[in-house]
Ligand binder design. Structure first.
Ligand SMILES: [Zn+2]
Length: 555
């Protein structure tokens, strides 16, 4: 009985805590009818038109898209957020195209690996020529230092100046308290492996690819060979890896077998809490030649100033990436990566969420920022730049709401709020779901680590609680397997391909539904009395607490 009473009391008190109760029907009507599908359709059509050339960073096409978005913000009556008068935050990037070799010596043998076929390699060092000679190789298991799971592969080994061979993913677990069971933690992502090894002073990392551990095939990695990649120029004191490489399973197996190691046995060992790194009698050499150029691209950011003098120096930030993969490169068949679903859809929603805030005159208490971010496809770079150079200090950035590749196939019975369950944002999305009569469904592919793979993660990494709002797969009036089949078809035939084009048959009521959900979530967050907090045990909770404490101690 007690628990029932508690729940009822909570249901009554909670809307007041959010500062959102006592809606007039007129106000509620303004909120419910704020977003329309025709507008969203027109934005998707323009943004994914051939005229924007696939919106590759540094292209004239992406400039056109940026101008279009800024014009929409301006037309809606939203203020420029960069300085006093600009919608554009300039993001300088270094473009790098490398050719590499990779040579391994040891176990009485010699291997000269073929780029693309056996390995890929890049560097973080902005130098036209770089070479490593006969560096010692250490097998590091998963290469993870995770204090909250009491796991440290780096504990008893000196990795300075060495090249580390390791698996992607994380120790397998069936317990929620140990690497979150089936849900991938950030420790399992390849980006983490490179970052941690650099922090520990290693000179390079070679990741062993297996399809089950990576969650995708070798082709996804080998596709990057010969392509230009982008980065934010490293800071002067930043520790950098000279070599960031992948090796495919077959070659890794062959080399390790020559030394008397079995790959499957090493996976077993890596999974064990008694794992110890293995110094291999293997040396690696590489030469990396890089063509460098600098490019300028931009985030497009508008704001709606908060109405409450006490709270208007705090902000909610909406993001959606408006870049995509650009044009196919010479030698490929002619074509433009239109990126209609990924992510003209989310950008269109962002533009209309911003317009909805402007026209409904709801006077949210906190300031709201709307950021169409660049270079997501190049490694979340636009959002990373924004998180490094925030409009409001991160300690005052209450939450991030991101939309990336959102449902264009019709209304659904359910919505997925990726990452909300990690913080008190969960209470807010539950409230919104109730109001909109939709179910909340968990991520259908938790092992993919999607929460770490779009722009919300640039904020999460800096401690800001975030949510990525996506459509569910239960489509109204369609059989149960219709939604999952649509996704399968998209992944197989359009994802990151030139065929990701606008389709006039798209039913955008589902897109409206997500935009509406995101709009309401932001409105709650802008008006709530408390800032959202991470749940206990979340990896980024400490960073948040630190960033808020730093501000208090400076006062
Ligand atoms: Zn995307």
């Amino acid at each position: 009985m007690l628990s029932v009473h508690r729940i009822n009391l909570f249901a009554i008190v909670f809307p007041f805590l959010l500062g959102y109760a006592c809606q007039s029907p007129e106000r509620q009507g303004r909120i419910d009818g704020a977003i329309h599908s025709e507008k969203i359709r027109s934005h998707i059509q323009f943004l994914s038109d051939d005229i924007t050339e696939g919106r590759g960073p540094g292209s004239r096409g992406i400039e056109l898209a940026a101008k279009y978005i800024a014009t929409q913000f301006q037309g809606s009556g939203l203020q420029p957020a960069v300085g006093d008068s600009s919608y554009f935050q300039k993001v300088g990037l270094t473009a790098m195209r490398s050719t590499t070799n990779l040579i391994l010596r040891g176990f009485g043998r010699y291997w000269s690996l073929k780029p693309g076929e056996h390995f890929t390699a890049k560097t973080k060092i902005e130098n036209p020529y770089l070479s490593l000679r006969n560096k010692n190789v250490v097998f590091m298991g998963y290469g993870i230092d995770a204090p909250e799971f009491n796991w440290n592969d780096y504990e008893d080994v000196d990795v300075a100046g060495k090249v580390l061979l390791m698996f992607v993913n994380e120790p397998s677990s069936s317990s929620a308290s140990f690497f979150d069971a089936d849900t991938l933690t950030y420790y399992g992502r390849w980006t983490y492996k490179y970052e941690e090894a650099a922090r520990k002073g290693a000179d390079g990392v070679i990741l062993i690819h297996t399809t089950p551990l990576a969650g995708y095939g070798w082709n996804v990695i080998s596709n990057s060979v010969g392509r230009e990649s982008f980065q934010i120029s490293p800071k002067e004191d930043e520790k950098l890896l000279s070599l960031r490489a992948w090796i495919n399973e077959e070659k890794a197996r062959e080399i390790l077998t020559a030394g008397g190691y079995e790959l499957d046995d090493l996976i077993q060992k890596a999974n064990s809490s008694s794992f110890q790194p293995i110094e291999l009698s293997l040396k690696v050499s590489t030469t990396i030649r890089t063509q460098l150029r600098t490019i300028e691209t931009e985030n497009v950011i508008a704001k709606l100033e908060g109405s409450d003098p006490e709270l208007r120096d705090e902000c909610i930030i909406y993001t959606a990436h408006y870049d995509h993969l650009g044009n196919k490169q010479a030698g490929d068949e002619d074509g433009i990566y239109n990126g209609a679903f990924d992510n003209a859809s989310g950008t269109a929603a962002l533009i209309e969420i911003a317009a909805a805030f402007a026209k409904t005159n709801l006077n949210p208490k906190r300031t709201i920022l709307f950021a169409a971010v660049t270079a997501e496809e190049s490694g979340l770079l636009g959002s990373e730049y924004l998180a490094q150079n925030p409009i409001f200090p991160l300690s005052k950035t209450v939450a991030n709401i991101n939309t990336d590749a959102i449902n264009v196939w019709g209304k659904t019975k359910n919505i997925v709020t990726l990452g909300a369950e990690r913080s008190s944002i969960q209470q807010i999305v539950k409230e919104v779901a109730k109001e909109m009569s939709v179910e909340l469904s968990p991520d259908s592919r938790p092992e993919q680590g999607l929460f770490f793979r779009s722009d919300q993660f640039s904020f999460v990494k800096k401690g800001v609680p975030a949510v990525n709002i996506k459509g569910g797969l239960k489509f109204i009036g369609k059989p149960e397997n219709w939604g999952p089949n649509m996704v399968k078809d998209y992944v197989a035939n359009r994802y990151h391909q030139v065929k990701d084009e606008y389709d006039p048959n798209w039913s955008l009521e589902g897109t409206v539904q997500i935009a509406q959900f995101a709009f309401k979530t932001g409105l709650y967050l802008a008006n709530s009395n408390e800032m959202p907090t991470w749940n206990d045990g979340e990896q980024f909770k400490k960073i948040r607490e630190q960033s808020i404490a730093d501000v208090i101690s400076k006062k």
